[in-house]
Design a protein around this ligand. Sequence first.
Ligand SMILES: [Zn+2]
Length: 245
Amino acid sequence: MSFPRAFCCVGAVLALVVVGAATVIIWPSPVFAYSAGTGKIVVASDEPIPAAGGERFLRQCEALLERSPLKAQSPHYHVYVTNTAWRHNFFFLPAPNASGLAYAVRHGGNAFLAGADFDRGRLVKWGYVTTPPRTLAYFCAHEVTHIVDAEHVGVLAAHRQPTWVHEGIADYVGIEQRQSFEELRRALGDRPVDVPMMQQFGSYPRYRLLVTYFLETKRWPIDRLLATRLSYDEAMALMAQDDGR
Ligand SMILES: [Zn+2]
């Protein structure tokens, strides 16, 4: 079967655009003028990074990763901040409203944050400043954890994890003031998770509750958690059975 020449040209151009876009996502450094950090986290931004705020951000993000049950084994992880609209639109194309995104590829990947106020330690998205406990370091540790997870179990396996595991472990690592299982259980109860609750307990309070339960109460090794195929409902049922609800 033969295709008209114009159709082939459009196909070739489209293929080039896709390859070009993938290349920029895998090697974004040339489109970010500023960078800081030589340790575990290297941050790059399209706007100048203030020395003190940048240094504090790197230290806090590295500290969160350091106490994670999932060890970040690569020498460096790259985090890119997209303050300007075109970069944000381009790198956040799959999820324009996300605060952060991680593109995991074989043996690594890159994390992107929507925007940053380094001096205040806050993420900025569409002009909105995110409130604690979701600090700028929280989003850094959260997105980098997605990459570490994919390094650990493989990109496809990480993609297939139940959402409560995939997002729950990232939330668990990112939250600075971790509540105990009992504290979280008491606070969440059986109420639906609403916005004030997310502001108080992070983006995914109930996913984190489950992760806290399996890691801290059931003492599951991290590998068992990352490999589980328990659905959210099954995991909630196990937890409820255990505390007699
Ligand atoms: Zn996430």
